[in-house]
Write a protein that binds this ligand. Structure first.
Ligand code: DX5
Length: 237
């Protein structure tokens, strides 16, 4: 059982949003080559968030191009009818927003029944308490550090106390072994070499970066390595 005070391993996860949508398969191959730990697909329906991106068929077309895990970040109003389609498309993890479903416990249970790893996301205004009773069902909790919908937004440092609160909550459940054992905490939005440290120090260990990662003039591999070293440097002893 992991130590309750030391988060799980650092994971560097690119958001596919800044990639060249005309060459998504090759872009996935380049990300895998650059050493990312997984790829996040920012699924947006134009209703839950004011942007529209891609569905399962696009993800399925890219699946053969990269051997790393795909996670689908479902920024959609009604994910339940589409869960199996994202699993069939090759997503090993589905991230459901707590704000997007009426029966969160049932939806996360369904993700597990489909053979995928369940994860839950909370927007900046949503309290940690909203996921307290589903920690036994999830492998990860995503704390949004921007209001979802677009890349390139400013990191919300005000989310750091919330990340720390969630890490304490997970650690408490870890120590009892009742639930939450080994849960990852992911952050998404405005994550760069400057902001990754405070996020990790607060308790995050899975770090999603889109625009900052793609901004590295030295290329994706350098960016992944820089983000990883910045994150590792910030890990609590
Ligand atoms: C939600 C999107 C973004 C994206 C990362 O708005 O899901 O958070 O993943 O965006 P950056 O890293 O460019 O802030």
């Amino acid at each position: 059982m992991p130590s309750p005070t030391v988060p799980q391993s650092i994971q560097i996860v690119p958001s596919i949003l800044p990639a060249d949508f005309a060459r998504l398969g090759d872009e996935c191959a380049a990300l895998a080559e650059a050493g990312v730990d997984r790829i996040q697909w920012d699924v947006m329906d134009g209703v839950f968030v004011p942007n529209l991106t891609f569905g399962p068929d696009v993800i399925a077309a890219c699946r053969p191009y990269a051997g790393v895990m795909f996670e689908a970040h479902l920024m959609v109003v009604n994910p339940d009818p589409m869960l199996s389609a994202y699993v069939d498309a090759g997503c090993e993890m589905l991230i459901v927003h707590a704000e997007s479903v009426t029966h969160l416990h049932r939806t996360l249970s369904r993700v597990a029944e489909l053979g995928a790893q369940p994860a839950v996301a909370i927007n900046p205004a949503t309290p940690v308490e909203s996921v307290a009773h589903v920690l036994d069902l999830v492998d990860m909790v995503l704390v949004m550090t921007v209001n979802p919908g677009f890349g390139g937004q400013r990191y919300l440092a005000t989310m750091e106390p919330k990340i720390a609160e969630l890490r304490r909550l997970v650690s408490q459940s870890d120590s009892t072994g009742a639930s939450g054992a080994g849960i990852d905490i992911e952050v998404d939005g405005g994550i760069s070499a400057e902001t990754v440290g405070p996020a990790v120090a607060a308790g995050a260990n899975v770090l999603v970066s889109g625009s900052a990662l793609y901004r590295y003039a030295e290329g994706l591999a350098h960016g992944v390595a820089d983000l990883r070293s910045s994150a590792e440097a910030a890990r609590r002893p």
